[in-house]
Design a protein around this ligand. Structure first.
Ligand SMILES: C[S@@+](CC[C@H](N)C(=O)[O-])C[C@H]1O[C@@H](n2cnc3c(N)ncnc32)[C@H](O)[C@@H]1O
Length: 426
C-alpha cells in the first residue's frame, strides 16, 4: 500500500514524455509512468484503446426494437453473449447524438462494469445500497434489475456528480424506487426503508401517504415527505460541503446529516415524517434490517480504465494528479478510503446479504491488498464464488474467488471484482 501513498508526490512532476515506436504513444507524465512501474503495470495497455469495443446496455423491453435502433445508429449492435442486455459497437461510434440514446432506449456502460453489477445477483424486491453511485451507470442497471419492487439507495460524496445521477434516473424513467444522498460513504448510516411500517404503525403510515400524495396539498406546515418535485436551484450549504470535504475522519453524521437530493414515489419516503428518516440510523440494527445487497464501486486511480486515462489528452496531463487523487476527498491514502468504504458498506449489510467490491484500478494495492486487510478485520465476512463468471472473459484475481478484467484479454475496461457474504457474527 505504501507505493500508493506517494502517488500524489509522484504525479506532481509535470515533465511529460512521448515514447514513440516503443510501448506508449500517450504523453504520459513521468510520474504516472513511475506509478505504473512501481505497481507492476505495463504502460502499453493504453495503446489498445483503439481496438476496444464500445459497449451499450439496452433498456429492458427495447430489444424487440433492435433493428430500428441499429438503423438509427447506422451500425450493427453485436450481442455480448456472456452478459444479457449488453451490445458492442466499434470504438469510434458515438451514440450521444443518436435518437435511441436521446430517447433513453440505451446507455453507454462497459461490459466489465455490467459484470460487477451482475455479480450481485439482484432480484426484484431486494433493498440495495450503492455507496459510490455517481455518475450512475451501475445505479441504472441495478434499478432495471429491481424492476418494480425493492429499493435502491444511492450515495456519493460529490454533489454535482450525484445530481447527474438524478438527471439520468429521470431520463431513463428509473427513479420510482430510488433515493439519493450526498454523504460520505465511509460513515453513511441509514438503513433501507423496507416498508413505512418499519418506523410507524400501519394506519398512521397509510394516512400520511395519502396526504403526501395529494390528499392535503395545502398543508404547508406538514413535516411529511410529499411527492418529490424538482426545484430550480438546489443548493447545499457551504458548511455541509466543507464538512464533507474534510473526509472520513471529520464527517459526523450527527452534525452533518446526509443530504437527500432525490426520492421516488415508491422509495418508502412519501408519507414519512422528516424526523423519522433519520431514526433509521443503523446503530446495531443492520444485522437484521440492513441492505440485501451492497455495491462498493470504490473511488480509485482509474488506471485500468483506458478511456479515462485517454481523456487527459483533452483535459491536460497536468490535471492528472488532481483528478486521479483528489486530495480534498481523501485525507490520507486512497487505499485507506477504499478500506473504509468497504468496511462501512459491509456494516450496513444484513446477515446473509452480499456485497460486491470493485475498482477500475489494476493495482494489487487497491484491490487484493484492501480485500485481504478487510477480511482479516472481519471474521464474519466470506469471499464468494461468482458463479456466472465461468462464462466471462476474465481471469482469477490474486486471491481465490476474486476476478480481474484485463483490457488486453477481456476486451473490456480493466476491473477488479470481489464478492463478499456476511455470515452470522462469530
Ligand atoms: C468509480 S466512481 C463510481 C462509479 C459509479 N459506480 C458508476 O457506475 O457510475 C467512484 C465515486 O466515488 C465517489 N466517492 C469518493 N469518495 C467518496 C466517499 N468518501 N463517499 C462516497 N463516495 C465517494 C466519487 O465521487 C465517485 O463518484
Amino acid at each position: 500500500m505504501e507505493i500508493l501513498n506517494n502517488i500524489g508526490d509522484l504525479l506532481s512532476d509535470t515533465k511529460n514524455i512521448h515514447i514513440k515506436n516503443g510501448t506508449v504513444n500517450l504523453p504520459l507524465p513521468d510520474a504516472y509512468l513511475d506509478f505504473l512501474k512501481r505497481n507492476g503495470l505495463d504502460p502499453s495497455i493504453y495503446d489498445d484503446l483503439e481496438s476496444l469495443p464500445r459497449y451499450v446496455r439496452l433498456k429492458p423491453g427495447v430489444e424487440s426494437q433492435l433493428g430500428e435502433i441499429e438503423a438509427e445508429i447506422g451500425r450493427r449492435l453485436e450481442k455480448v453473449v456472456w452478459l444479457p442486455g449488453f451490445f458492442a459497437l466499434p470504438p469510434h461510434i458515438h451514440i450521444a447524438s443518436s435518437n435511441p440514446y436521446r430517447q433513453g432506449k440505451l446507455y453507454g456502460m462497459d461490459a466489465a462494469s455490467g459484470a460487477a453489477v451482475a455479480a450481485l445477483n439482484i432480484v426484484p424486491g431486494d433493498h440495495v445500497l450503492d455507496l459510490c453511485a455517481a455518475p450512475g451507470a451501475k445505479l441504472c442497471m441495478i434499478l432495471d434489475l429491481l424492476s418494480s419492487s425493492g429499493s435502491l439507495t444511492g450515495v456519493d460524496i460529490a454533489r454535482h456528480r450525484l445530481a447527474a445521477c438524478r438527471t439520468m434516473l429521470q431520463k431513463y424513467g428509473l427513479g420510482d424506487h430510488c433515493r439519493l444522498f450526498v454523504a460520505d460513504g465511509t460513515s453513511f448510516c441509514l438503513l433501507p426503508l423496507r416498508t413505512c411500517v418499519d418506523l410507524k404503525s400501519n394506519s398512521e403510515c397509510a394516512l400520511d401517504k395519502k396526504k403526501a400524495l395529494g390528499g392535503s396539498t395545502c398543508d404547508k406546515t406538514s413535516d411529511v415527505y410529499m411527492e418529490w418535485k424538482p426545484r430550480r436551484h438546489q443548493k447545499v450549504s457551504k458548511n455541509a460541503n466543507k464538512a464533507r470535504a474534510g473526509g472520513a475522519s471529520t464527517f459526523d453524521p450527527i452534525k452533518v446529516e446526509p443530504e437527500l437530493i432525490y426520492y421516488g414515489k415508491n422509495s418508502g419516503l412519501i408519507g414519512l415524517k422528516k424526523s423519522e428518516l433519520f431514526r433509521s440510523y443503523c446503530e446495531d440494527k443492520a444485522f437484521e434490517f440492513g441492505y440485501d445487497k451492497v455495491l462498493v464501486d470504490a473511488e480509485c486511480t482509474h488506471d485500468g480504465s483506458l478511456k479515462h486515462i485517454h481523456k487527459f489528452e483533452q483535459w491536460g496531463w497536468e490535471t492528472l494528479q488532481r483528478r486521479v487523487l483528489d486530495a480534498q476527498r481523501t485525507t490520507s491514502s486512497i487505499t485507506l478510503l477504499q478500506l473504509q468504504l468497504l468496511t462501512n458498506g459491509y456494516r450496513l449489510l444484513k446477515v446473509g446479504g452480499v456485497l460486491v467490491y470493485s475498482t477500475c484500478s489494476l493495482t494489487i494495492a487497491q484491490n487484493e491488498d484492501v480485500v485481504e486487510q478487510f477480511l482479516s478485520e472481519n471474521p464474519s465476512a466470506e469471499l464468494q464464488e461468482i458463479h456466472d463468471s465461468k462464462h466471462w472473459p476474465c481471469s482469477s484475481g490474486g486471491i481465490m474467488k476474486t476476478l480481474r478484467f484485463n483490457p488486453r484479454t477481456s476486451r473490456t475496461s480493466g476491473l477488479f471484482v470481489a464478492k463478499i457474504m456476511k455470515k452470522i457474527d462469530i
